[in-house]
Design a protein around this ligand. Structure first.
Ligand code: NAP
Length: 248
C-alpha cells in the first residue's frame, strides 16, 4: 500500500541528508515531489532523475528558503506545474555553532533566517493553495536541541524552539480549515555531516542513546511519511521526537 499516492509535496533542502531521504521515501509512497536546494546543483539534478524513476512527477528548484519573495515565487511555480500543494516539509536548515561569547551577529542572523524565518516564509506561501483545497499537512523539522537546549548552539536551539512555538500556533489558527501543522525533533541522525566526526566521539553518543544507535535518515523519513499521510488525520500541533529515546 502506498500512503501518499496523488499527493504533491514541497520539501525544502532535499539535495542532501535528511531532506534527500524524505524525498526518496515520499516518491516510493507515490507522492509527486517538488524539492528545493541552495547550492548543490549536481546533486539536485541527480535526485530529480532518481525520483522520476518511481513514476511520479519530480522537480528540483533552486530557491533560498530564507528569502520571503523567493518562497512565494516557488509556491506559485509549484502550483502552476503540479496543480496543488498537499504537503509542505520545512526541512532546510544550517548550523553556525559557537559559544555565545564568540557568536557574531551574522552567525545569529544566518541561522535564524535559514531555520526559522524560512518556516514562516514557506508556510505563509502554501496557506493560499491549502486554504483553497481545504486540506494540507505542514511538517517542520525541529531538533531535540530545540526542546532541550545545547551549549554552543544557542542560535540553532533558539531557531528550533521557535519552530515548535510556530508549529503549535499554526495548528491552532488553521485546524478549522483542515490544515494540520506538526513538528519532528530528530536526535542524533547519522548523515554525511556526522560522518566526518571522530568515531570515538560518535560511539560515545551512540552509547548514551537508549536504543544504542544513531538514527538513520529513514527513521526521520518514516515519521514524516506518517505526518504527511491521512494516517495522521487527527494529529496536529504535536512534536514527535525521533531520537531513539534520547529525550526520555
Ligand atoms: P544537511 O545534510 O546539511 O542538508 C541541508 C539541506 O538544506 C541541503 O539540501 C541544503 O542545500 C539545504 N539548505 C540549507 N540552507 C538552505 C536554504 N537557505 N534554502 C534552501 N535550502 C537550504 O542537513 P541535515 O542533517 O540533513 O538536516 C536537515 C534538517 O534536519 C535541518 O533542519 C536540521 O537542522 C535538522 N536536524 C538534523 C539533525 C541531524 O542529526 N542531522 C538532527 C536534528 C535536526 P544545499 O545542498 O544546496 O546547500
Amino acid at each position: 500500500m502506498q500512503l501518499l499516492t496523488g499527493k504533491t509535496a514541497i520539501i525544502t533542502g532535499a539535495s542532501r541528508g535528511i531532506g534527500h531521504g524524505i524525498a526518496l521515501a515520499f516518491a516510493k509512497q507515490g507522492a509527486n515531489v517538488a524539492f528545493t536546494y541552495l547550492s548543490s546543483e549536481e546533486k539536485a539534478k541527480a535526485l530529480e532523475v532518481e525520483l522520476s524513476a518511481f513514476g511520479i512527477k519530480a522537480k528540483g528548484y533552486k530557491s533560498d528558503a530564507a528569502d520571503f519573495k523567493a518562497a512565494e515565487e516557488l509556491v506559485n511555480n509549484v502550483v502552476a506545474e503540479f496543480g496543488t500543494v498537499d504537503v509542505l516539509v520545512n526541512n532546510a536548515g544550517i548550523t553556525r555553532d559557537t559559544l555565545l561569547m564568540r557568536m557574531s551577529e551574522q552567525q545569529w542572523d544566518e541561522v535564524i533566517n535559514a531555520n526559522l524565518k524560512s518556516v514562516f516564509n514557506l508556510t505563509k506561501a502554501v496557506t493560499k493553495p491549502m486554504l483553497k483545497a481545504k486540506k494540507g499537512s505542514i511538517i517542520n523539522m525541529s531538533s531535540v536541541v530545540g526542546v532541550k537546549g545545547n551549549a554552543g548552539q544557542s542560535n540553532y536551539a533558539a531557531s528550533k524552539a521557535g519552530i515548535i512555538g510556530f508549529t503549535k500556533s499554526i495548528a491552532l489558527e488553521l485546524g478549522s480549515r483542515n490544515i494540520r501543522s506538526n513538528a519532528i525533533a530528530p536526535g542524533f541522525i547519522e548523515t554525511e555531516m556526522t560522518g566526518v566526526l571522530d568515531e570515538k566521539v560518535v560511539q560515545q553518543w551512540r552509547d548514551g542513546i537508549p536504543l544504542k544507535r544513531g538514527g538513520h535518515v529513514d527513521d526521520v523519513a518514516n515519521a514524516t511519511i506518517f505526518l504527511a499521510s491521512d494516517m495522521s488525520a487527527y494529529i496536529t500541533g504535536q512534536t514527535i521526537n525521533v531520537c531513539g529515546g534520547m529525550l526520555t
